[in-house]
Design a protein around this ligand. Structure first.
Ligand SMILES: CC(C)(COP(=O)(O)OP(=O)(O)OC[C@H]1O[C@@H](n2cnc3c(N)ncnc32)[C@H](O)[C@@H]1OP(=O)(O)O)[C@@H](O)C(=O)NCCC(=O)NCCS
Length: 163
């Protein structure tokens, strides 16, 4: 919950023109019973130093640089469906594998159910990430993102067979 302001700051950067969630939206979603959120943060100063890593000037040790959230849907006693609510990585550290790491951690424990998500048409980095994690396109929601009216691609990952 204490990360809600930092999540909203990243959200402002990556969804500036797409109705970004506010701090309060993050609090409300984190507070829902059936949601789970993950935070991605840089290592602390001591660990960075012992690994010999020097951060670029505008990044702080321990800083939140990404987040992801998922909701469980469906009735009790039934195999649930899941819906990915959000995932984002700070633009300063995108393209380094953190988005994939966040998504795979978010999907842990969801193997028995189908997982759905909506993604803005044309958001190729996200669509590519989802496709390489087992999601396929199952539909389009016309005008889903308001007020801009952009279409959403609906993607689904089917239950993963037990090995
Ligand atoms: C989508 C997002 C979370 C990916 O995070 P990331 O840390 O940059 O991604 P990764 O470095 O882990 O890359 C994972 C895969 O995503 C895809 N990808 C990432 N950046 C890409 C780009 N610029 N162009 C095309 N595909 C890209 C690739 O498939 C990549 O796999 P590869 O490295 O094996 O080719 C990030 O781009 C982001 O925060 N975007 C803004 C928020 C957003 O659109 N969220 C999704 C809402 S549905």
């Amino acid at each position: 919950m204490a990360d809600a302001p930092a999540c909203a700051r990243i959200e402002e950067k990556v969804f500036a023109d797409q109705s970004p969630w506010s701090e309060q939206s993050f609090r409300d979603e984190i507070n829902q019973k059936a949601t789970r959120f993950l935070a991605l943060r840089l290592a602390n100063a001591e660990d960075l130093q012992s690994a010999g890593i020097k951060l670029p000037g505008d990044l702080e040790p321990g800083q939140l640089v990404g987040f992801a959230g998922i909701a469980q849907r469906g009735r009790a006693n039934e195999i649930p469906d899941y819906e990915i609510l959000t995932i984002a990585v700070d633009p300063r550290v995108q393209g380094a594998g953190w988005g994939r790491l966040l998504l795979s951690a978010l999907l842990e424990g969801t193997e028995a159910g189908a997982v759905f998500l909506e993604v803005r048409q044309g958001n190729e980095p996200a669509i590519n990430l989802y496709k390489t994690c087992g999601f396929e396109v199952v539909g389009v929601r016309r005008g889903y993102y308001q007020p801009q009216g952009a279409d959403a691609i609906v993607m689904r990952r089917l239950p993963v067979a037990a090995s």
